[in-house]
Design a protein around this ligand. Structure first.
Ligand code: GTP
Ligand code: MG
Length: 203
């Protein structure tokens, strides 16, 4: 099947809520700790080398970047959270902006949550899942950089993450993903397809 995400085009970047595009259609946000591989995942899924910027410097994506698939569908690259070197004041401002976006955005249908498979379920990751569950926003976890682990270790990590979520009474899908060797790309696309084809209409 053709990958509809290949059509993705950069539309706009917002640094504050007032700059967000109109709240209509369906949107999927990519969130996660700084350096988790959010921008890389968007590039892998859209099969475009540098649609979303990738950086070796964590905290590079400081804006909410929108990529249109068509007039009703967008992918949203959110700024990473938890980057230690960002000044405290800025961190707090970001968390507020991020929180407000996640809470108020009617078109938001799902949250792709990226976690480095070598350090999954850090405190703020868990908070995000807790929060999304409470807000009834669907979450799908990509355990990124799976190429960094041996096959067996990667599989064990996935099982551990699933069992920890269950233990904490949390609901979220989870899978392994690698932008380097494309592991899990199709599965991630299927999740996006499902969200984008939902009956969701905003009011
Ligand atoms: N080995 C490996 N490295 C990866 C993978 N995905 C991303 N990286 C590397 O991880 C670093 C961060 O990737 P980004 O995609 O920029 O991460 P991000 O989450 O968008 O980071 P911020 O925007 O800074 O929050 C880069 O050096 C990437 O090359 C992967 O699947 N495998
Ligand atoms: Mg990024």
């Amino acid at each position: 099947m053709v990958n509809q995400y290949r059509q993705a085009q950069y539309t706009i970047s917002a640094t504050q809520l007032s700059e967000l595009p109109e709240d209509n259609g369906i949107e999927i946000a990519f969130a996660g700790r700084s350096n988790a591989g959010k921008s890389s995942a968007i590039n892998t899924i859209t099969e475009q080398k540098s649609l979303a910027r990738i950086s070796k410097t964590p905290g590079r994506t400081q804006m909410v970047n929108f990529f249109n698939i068509d007039e009703n569908k967008s992918l949203v690259d959110l700024p990473g959270y938890g980057y230690a070197k960002v000044p405290e004041k800025m961190k707090i401002r970001w968390q507020q902006t991020l929180g407000k976006y996640l809470e108020t955005r009617q078109s938001l249908e799902g949250l792709m949550l990226m976690m480095d498979c070598r350090h999954p379920l850090k405190e703020f990751d868990l908070q995000m899942v807790h929060w999304a569950n409470k807000a009834e926003l669907a979450v799908h976890i990509l355990l990124t950089k799976s190429d960094k682990l041996k096959k067996g270790a990667a599989k064990t990590t996935l099982l551990q993450v699933e069992s920890e979520l269950k233990k904490q009474g949390l609901t979220a899908g989870a899978q392994l993903f690698s932008s380097h060797n494309q592991q899990g790309k199709q599965q991630a696309i299927e999740q996006l397809d499902q969200w984008f084809s939902s009956e969701h209409q905003n009011h």
